[in-house]
Write a protein that binds this ligand. Structure first.
Ligand code: HEC
Length: 144
């Protein structure tokens, strides 16, 4: 009798855990093909210390509270988010994703998450160039 009870409790716990993790599993959506091929408007020639400094400042003002100063997704506001920011500085993360993917999310946000759109005409109203500069900064600072 006792063993049966423990067994059903255990099964219940396993079932609950499995159901919950399925419900909360979230995958960052992938940009449509025509966005993925978009290329950064800035090339290596444009990127110097001053450029990166300016982009870093913008990142600090608008992105750091969620994505963290190191891009590890542990910004001060991240704990309260149901869907957590990605770990940009995880090995391979930046390398595995195209600039067009990041640009798409920055222009459109990610539905159902706290990642908003930041492009022209939004509340934050960053220009497309500012968005590309943020992507350039992320690549330079977080690539592992
Ligand atoms: C309020 C919190 C918050 C702020 C502020 C924020 N983000 Fe995000 N961001 C998120 C979350 C959460 C996700 C995960 C979305 C998903 O997985 O669908 C995300 C996803 C992203 C992605 C998608 C990564 C990928 O693999 O496609 C990029 C790029 C990004 N953020 C860049 C930025 C930049 C740059 C800023 C500043 C302009 C910024 N974010 C500001 C919470 C935030």
């Amino acid at each position: 009798m006792k063993i049966k009870l423990i067994k059903s409790l255990l099964l219940g716990a396993i079932f609950t855990t499995a159901t919950l993790s399925t419900a909360f599993a979230h995958e960052t959506p992938t940009a449509p093909a025509d966005w993925l091929t978009k290329e950064n408007v800035f090339s290596e020639d444009d990127i110097d210390k001053a450029f990166l400094k300016k982009a870093k400042k913008l990142y600090k003002r608008k992105c750091k509270k969620c994505h963290g100063p190191k891009g590890d997704g542990k910004g001060s506001a991240a704990a309260d988010l149901e869907i957590k920011p990605p770990v940009f500085n995880a090995a391979g993360y930046m390398a595995d994703r195209k600039d067009g993917q990041f640009f798409w999310i920055l222009m459109n946000g990610s539905e159902g998450t706290d990642m908003e759109s930041y492009g022209p005409g939004t509340d934050v109203n960053l220009s497309e160039e500012q968005l590309w500069s943020l992507i350039t900064y992320m690549r330079s600072a977080f690539t592992k």
